[in-house]
Design a protein around this ligand. Structure first.
Ligand SMILES: Cc1cc2nc3c(=O)[nH]c(=O)nc-3n(C[C@H](O)[C@H](O)[C@H](O)COP(=O)(O)O)c2cc1C
Length: 171
């Protein structure tokens, strides 16, 4: 039977929404029925047979609404397959060190809600447009050498949506 999957995400400037859409489309192409929604619009979590939760990274963290979503829905989420993903600029340069750093952004949520064991954790490069940012944020990010541009790797995102997400959601 077709599985109903929720792909829900937190974002400030939209690039994480593009990643969530690509995940949702890939799941639908594999015969799941995916709803892709911002976390603040996520409806009845209990009506889904799998949940993918993602967030942009700001100051080394998932956005607070993503963390709250997991905490508030922990009882439901521990009973269905769950996958987490993050979108960040650290992975614009995907060195071993940066991959480890990006993965470590998930540590607080994994520790805060240990009963949820995600079937996969997707770590993806995002996009940054300096023209959107305040003078201060621009200065901070430039001083760290954070590049501007769209680094989203659509093949990597689609591949992750197939394996592990689709493969583990459809048992
Ligand atoms: C103020 C600010 C802080 C950020 N902090 C981080 C960070 O700590 N680590 C990181 O890898 N990327 C960081 N980023 C990059 C974002 O995670 C990246 O641009 C992401 O694609 C934004 O997603 P969104 O467009 O969905 O909001 C930061 C971006 C901004 C504007």
């Amino acid at each position: 039977m077709q599985k109903k999957v929720l792909v829900t995400y937190a974002s400030k400037y939209g690039s994480t929404g593009g990643v969530a859409d690509a995940i949702g489309k890939e799941l639908c192409s594999k015969d799941a029925a995916a709803d892709v929604v911002l976390i603040k619009n996520a409806g009845n979590v209990g009506s889904y047979q799998g949940v993918v939760i993602g967030s942009a990274i700001y100051m080394g963290k998932w956005m607070s609404e993503a963390v709250e979503f997991v905490k508030e829905n922990r009882e439901i989420l521990r009973q269905v397959p769950v996958a987490y993903f993050l979108v960040c600029m650290t992975l614009s340069q995907p060195t071993e060190q940066n991959r480890a750093k990006a993965l470590s952004y998930m540590d607080p949520i994994l520790k805060a809600v240990p009963e949820i064991k995600p079937v996969g954790i997707g770590t993806f490069a995002g996009a940054l447009d300096y023209s959107n940012l305040s003078w201060l944020n621009k200065k901070v990010l430039k001083s760290k050498g954070t590049p501007e541009g769209d680094f989203r790797d659509w093949n990597a995102i689609r591949t992750w949506a197939r394996e592990p997400v689709y493969a583990k959601f459809v048992r």
